[in-house]
Design a binder for this molecule. Structure first.
Ligand SMILES: Cc1cc2nc3c(=O)[nH]c(=O)nc-3n(C[C@H](O)[C@H](O)[C@H](O)COP(=O)(O)O)c2cc1C
Length: 449
């Protein structure tokens, strides 16, 4: 293992998941919230700079490609992630900038070009969160001249090819291909440019790409799929995996499993970082932190509960005619043959109590999964939990999905990060200028100068 990698693996890594006023559905109604956050560039700059001041690896932007009137307010009116990271790259210095982009509704050439452009503009700080697109509204295909969302296995076959083509295009040029030799009239070395000539089931792409390598060669790859093919995709290509597990044993099992899968692909598992998604709430006391959640929950309307569930179970159930006080048994949720992968834990929690648990309760359970009590309380408590999860092999880092922005991010940055820095568990300075350097990774693909 190289020395940088060793040092980076001893510390806890952080992404700040930025969406609107926070992931809490009612966060935009909070008295401190700025409801226009998703469409206000200066606000986004401020958030990115706060994460940069706390020396996080990156900010992380999720994405979807369709909305309807029930969508979370934070995604109804927001910037395109690649456009946003391109702009943020110009006004920040060190923070990584990870944008989600779908392999189901784009052409690899267009994507490879736009992402590498953003990577250049930022000086090598962009990451790509590879998703096959979660079709929450059941209407995504309609935005792309198609009748239906691809089925799961097809999505992942396409994703594999999409990533192969994108990486192939990013490898069009060797890092030292451009000579700019005015005296001898050689702009580039012809031997260091290659065509791709890819022919697969979905894509036929000739290449080469009309932009060369960035300071980190090409964007870092991140991935968030949790199904078997999702894990395989991540284990084969990604350096950052984004997962969501409720406790240390389950998180550790997942991490062990993806590391083993990476090894089977001939990769060094220490080049893969698993970021667990958590929603930390930091306050002077645990009671105060819990009160802050109750305050946000009190702002949720019954209609939002039903809309949330309608979207969560997109296309599988119809909640029309039910109230938020209807029980899970009445709703028919348990009759769904193939529930979402991430419903498993909620399903276990309500099992046997279907006649008592209301839809409002279910909403709290589903969102509460991200509100692990390990991460709610004093800075000391949260820092101890992070240290424990990390030490016990449950996570290399955390994707911080704050309930209320910017408040929760600021409290975490000023309360928890200094404690971890004192313990040597969080960086006090960036060691390098690229996102890959924040993970101690070699920027060059194998076999290149
Ligand atoms: C914490 C987390 C965040 C995710 N964020 C996004 C996202 O922003 N956009 C998206 O289309 N899918 C997102 N996904 C969904 C995954 O891409 C994936 O579709 C989902 O986890 C189901 O897994 P599967 O596709 O492997 O079945 C996310 C998944 C997880 C676990």
């Amino acid at each position: 293992m190289n020395q940088t990698l060793t040092r980076e693996r001893q510390q806890i890594h952080f992404f700040a998941y930025l969406v609107g006023t926070g992931i809490h559905l009612a966060s935009w109604r909070h008295e401190t919230a700025f409801p226009q956050a998703s469409i206000d560039f200066e606000h986004q700059v401020k958030l990115a700079r706060t994460a940069e001041g706390a020396k996080f690896d990156a900010i992380f932007l999720g994405d979807s490609l369709a909305i309807d009137e029930t969508s979370n307010p934070g995604i109804l009116n927001r910037f395109d992630p690649i456009g946003l990271v391109t702009a943020l790259g110009a006004v920040t210095r060190n923070i990584g900038l990870i944008a989600t982009s779908s392999t189901s509704y784009d052409e690899p050439f267009n994507f490879a070009r736009a992402a590498l452009t953003a990577d250049h503009i930022s000086g090598g700080r962009v990451g790509w969160n590879i998703v096959t697109t979660r079709d929450l509204t059941n209407s995504t295909a309609g935005n792309f001249s198609a009748d239906e969302h691809f089925d799961h296995s097809l999505r992942y076959r396409r994703a594999e090819e999409f990533v192969e083509v994108t990486q192939g295009l990013w490898n069009s040029w060797d890092s030292d291909a451009f000579l700019y030799d005015k005296v001898n009239g050689r702009f580039f070395d012809r031997h260091k440019l290659r065509r791709l000539d890819y022919k697969g089931e979905f894509f036929k792409v000739a290449g080469p790409l009309n932009i060369g390598p960035s300071p980190q060669h090409s964007p870092l790859l991140a991935q968030a799929g949790t199904s078997v093919p999702g894990q395989q995709l991540g284990a084969r290509f990604a350096n950052a995996l984004f997962a969501s597990h409720p406790d240390i044993p389950q998180a550790r099992q997942y991490r062990d499993s993806v590391r083993a899968q990476a090894r089977a692909f001939g990769r060094n598992p220490d080049e893969i970082y698993v970021y667990q998604a958590i929603s930390p709430i930091v306050a002077d006391t645990r009671d105060e932190a819990l009160e802050r959640i109750r305050e946000l929950d009190s702002l949720i309307t019954d209609q939002q509960v039903l809309d949330f569930l309608q979207e969560y179970f997109a296309g599988q159930l119809d909640f029309t005619g039910l109230g938020a006080d209807a029980t899970v048994a009445q709703s028919g949720i348990l009759t769904i043959a193939q529930p979402r992968t991430d419903f498993r834990s909620a399903g276990e929690q309500i099992s046997g109590r279907e006649d008592e648990v209301t839809l409002k309760d279910l909403y709290s359970i589903l969102t509460g999964d991200k509100r692990n009590l390990d991460f709610i309380g004093t800075p000391q408590h949260v820092a101890d939990s992070l240290e424990r999860w990390h030490a016990e092999g449950a996570a290399d880092g955390f994707n911080l999905m704050f309930s209320l922005l910017p408040q929760d991010l600021e409290r975490f940055a000023t309360g928890v990060i200094p404690l971890l820095q004192e313990r040597g568990l969080a960086r006090t300075e960036y060691a390098g200028t690229t996102l890959k350097s924040h993970l101690g990774l070699d920027p060059q693909p194998k076999g290149q100068p």
